[in-house]
Design a protein around this ligand. Structure first.
Ligand SMILES: [Zn+2]
Length: 285
């Protein structure tokens, strides 16, 4: 599933494609339902007609396309890639790939194609001020790559929870943008067992974790994102970060640090991988 680094790489690719200050001339929709939930079902794609395009921004795992509506109102299209979503810049007339569900055509080109085989992703257009109050953006936690993000902030938001630290980090209200890949990698780098209760971590562990989160996210962005199967950048390119992962998806392989065999585990219905030596369960944290 695309996480912060993948969405950020896509955003940068779209920004580079120079799609701003153009008028949207048409919107095509396949008619097949995308992401579930009332917010996503109410897509409001009609607001895109004749809108003027602005910049691409990112919040957590969400891509935001700023637009000015036909009547001059500030709008944004919120795009979530779900599991298999791809947003690609295409020259006009490009034959859409299989599972294309939305095509936005800009006057004078290019087109933007949204394809999504499993249809867990979605698009929703609304007034910018409403998006800050309603829907999934309203309750997002802080951005981990913003300058104000700190170990103390992370601890104050998640440190009282008895839940496993992995689950606390996956909670988008605690910190925005992390999913299974980068949480697994950050916990490995910080030397923390994924199922340790968050409330048992000491300040030094939060500090290591905060540094590790920053490191793994920046590495993911530098490597163009992680492509396990479906993720593609704005020009359809694959990421390279899958070659740099230490633990995620590597159960049964040797740990890159200590060479002990990495172990798959399951906790509260989610599976993961850890190194039993580098992430010991019994140790003062
Ligand atoms: Zn190890």
């Amino acid at each position: 599933m695309p996480e912060l680094p993948e969405v950020e790489c896509l955003r940068r690719g779209l920004a580079h494609a120079d799609l701003s200050s153009k008028v949207i001339s048409s919107v095509w929709r396949s008619g097949l339902a995308l992401r579930t939930g009332a917010f996503w079902r109410d897509e409001r794609l009609h607001l895109l007609q004749r809108a003027r395009t602005g910049s691409f921004e990112r919040r957590g795992k969400f891509l935001l396309w700023r637009l000015t509506g036909e009547a001059g109102q500030d709008l944004a299209a919120v795009i979530h890639l779900g599991m298999t979503g791809r947003l690609t810049v295409c020259s006009p007339g490009t034959e859409p790939i299989a599972h294309t569900h939305v095509i936005v055509s800009l006057q004078g080109g290019p087109d933007l194609h949204y394809a999504d085989a499993r249809r867990f992703g979605g698009v929703h257009v609304d007034a910018l001020d409403r998006l800050a109050r309603v829907g999934p953006l309203a309750n997002l936690g802080p951005e981990p790559l913003e300058p104000g993000f700190s170990a103390a902030q992370l601890e104050s938001r998640g440190g009282r929870s008895r839940r496993a630290i992995r689950d606390v980090l996956l909670d988008q209200r605690v910190v925005a943008g992390l999913g299974n890949i980068y949480v697994s990698e950050a916990l490995f780098r910080a030397g923390l067992p994924p199922i340790a209760p968050a409330c048992e971590l000491r300040p030094s562990a939060w500090a290591r974790l905060c540094t590790a989160i920053d490191d793994v996210l920046r590495q993911g962005i530098r490597n163009g994102g992680t492509t396990l199967r479906d993720y593609r950048g704005a020009e359809g390119e694959r990421g390279r970060n899958q070659n740099a992962l230490a633990v995620y998806g590597r159960g049964g392989h040797p740990c890159p640090t200590c060479e002990r065999t990495l172990r798959a585990y399951e906790h509260s219905g989610r599976s993961g991988v850890l190194c039993p030596r580098c992430q010991p369960a019994r140790r003062r944290r």
